[in-house]
Ligand binder design. Structure first.
Ligand code: ARG
Length: 464
């Protein structure tokens, strides 16, 4: 039935001729929706079982359908399946093959359902697998980050604002910032998964069905919490794909930010981190080059993922209820976004697990740029009971003096300091070191190694 001169075997009753070749080309989705073959067969097997349990079809027909569908699945998985564009999509390709295999009983499978609830069910099942895969990928990345955090809980590095050295922080603390971000991404995926887990199957074309189906039974068989409560909504809802894409976009944004830091950090100018050969590439012309291509590609993947979100939002915008063929344009970009996200997560996990922070270089950089100026101001407040605004001013004057002398704050003499503020004593030098600085930041969630270790323990318990 792949000849476009004849009308379609699945719906051609009222058609005298088949579609124009261009019509077939714009109409067909089999080129990509074959990725949902497994979900389509899972959904159809659950539907057939329910049709028999409710007496709508015979047990024998259901058995033939369910076994035949497994044969179709094994053909597809073995790569032996011949897809037909004339049969439009995965749903009709599978059903047509079922008919070739088991004969007339196959024609009873589509009782009490429509492709509208069928495609919504298949796509939901597929997106659900990707939410689970994203959660797994994010969890693996968090574990790699926790290992880095643990190994570098005491390692001092510069903390930046405006990409200017701000205050010393610890490597562990910086790694944990990403743990928090990816942790929220897991939360978003979980929330979306819980909200989407209602079965559209049995909504039929849009209005429900006159057959005495049991939607609770198919919902349970497919791992849904419950059937969707409104048949019009069930066939026209694509929120689950939008929520997956929006959660994916935010996760990809986090990946992109981290990738950007790795690109900067691995440059010769920064030299904060060495990426492994396994996650770097060379140049075909410059023999000395080692390029952070994986990081750059992760930084870029967010473009396609955001694009998919905006693309699907735009498809759905303004669509009247219930199903419209526009909605067939929901899949390709979601597939691409899911592939991009999983690959980016895997690449980032590998890079993080393999990378080596350059501790001496990080510590030297942490001490540059007057990074302990805030510690000095805090000392003035604590020791001399100076109002913070005044302490800020005095410290600013000391920074200016150090700049003039071409030295760092700890290199100023006590006499120099007392020239700016007579009450300053020798004790001030104790707070100007970077280790002292990070040790002192014991506020909850602060950069002190003890705080970092406490957060590592909390995360490990949360993941266990
Ligand atoms: N291939 C279609 C899709 O992806 C299946 C649903 C077709 N339904 C219809 N009424 N033409 O949306």
């Amino acid at each position: 039935m792949s000849d476009s001169k004849t009308s379609n075997a699945m719906w051609g009753g009222r058609f005298a001729s088949g579609p124009d070749a261009i019509m077939e080309a714009i109409n067909a989705s089999i080129g990509y929706d074959k990725r949902m073959a497994r979900q389509d067969i899972e959904g159809s097997r659950a539907h057939a079982q329910m049709l028999a349990a409710t007496g709508i079809i015979t047990d024998n027909d259901a058995k033939a359908i369910r076994e035949g569908l497994l044969t179709v699945l094994s053909e597809i998985e073995a790569g032996d399946f011949e897809y037909s564009t004339a049969l439009e999509d995965i749903h009709m390709n599978v059903e047509n093959r079922l008919k070739e295999l088991i004969g007339d009983a196959a024609g009873r499978l589509h009782t009490a359902r429509s492709r509208n609830d069928q495609v919504a069910t298949d796509f939901k099942l597929w997106v659900r697998t990707q939410m689970d895969a994203a959660i797994d990928g994010l969890t693996a990345l968090i574990k790699a980050l926790l290992q880095q955090a643990e190994a570098g809980a005491d390692m001092v590095m510069p903390g930046f604002t405006h990409l200017q050295v701000a205050q010393p922080v610890t490597w562990g603390h910086h790694m944990l910032a990403y743990v928090e971000m990816f942790g929220r991404d897991i939360g978003r995926m979980r929330d979306a998964r819980a909200r989407m887990n209602e079965s559209p199957l049995g909504a039929a074309a849009l209005a429900g069905t006159s057959f005495p189906i049991d939607r609770h039974m198919t919902a349970a068989a497919l791992g849904f919490e419950r059937p969707a409560a409104n048949s019009l909504d069930a066939v026209s809802d694509r929120d689950f794909a939008l929520e997956f894409l929006s959660s994916a976009s935010i996760a990809a944004t986090h990946l992109s930010r981290m990738a950007e830091e790795l690109v900067i950090w691995s440059s010769a100018q920064f030299c904060f981190v060495t990426l492994s050969d396994r996650f770097s590439t060379g140049s075909s012309i410059m023999p000395q080059k080692k390029n952070p291509d994986a990081a750059e590609l992760i930084r870029a993947k967010v473009g396609r993922i955001n694009g998919a979100l905006v693309g699907l939002l735009t498809v759905m915008k303004g669509l009247p209820l219930a199903y419209a063929k526009d909605m067939q344009e929901d899949k390709e970009q979601v597939f691409d976004a899911a592939d991009s996200l999983m690959l980016a997560l895997a690449a980032m996990s590998g890079m993080v697990a393999d990378m080596t922070p350059n501790a001496p270089r990080l510590e030297a950089a942490a001490a540059s740029g007057f990074s302990t100026a805030t510690d000095l101001a805090d000392w003035l407040v604590r020791t001399l009971n100076m109002p913070f605004r005044e302490a800020h001013h005095v410290t600013g004057a000391l920074v200016k003096l150090a700049e003039e002398r071409g030295c760092d704050l700890p290199d100023l003499s006590l006499a120099d300091m007392q020239g700016v503020c007579a009450e300053i004593t020798e004790d001030v030098f104790a707070v100007l070191g970077v280790h002292n600085s990070v040790q002192s930041r014991q506020s909850y969630g602060g950069t002190a190694p003890d705080q970092v270790r406490a957060q590592i323990i909390r995360w490990k318990e949360a993941l266990a």
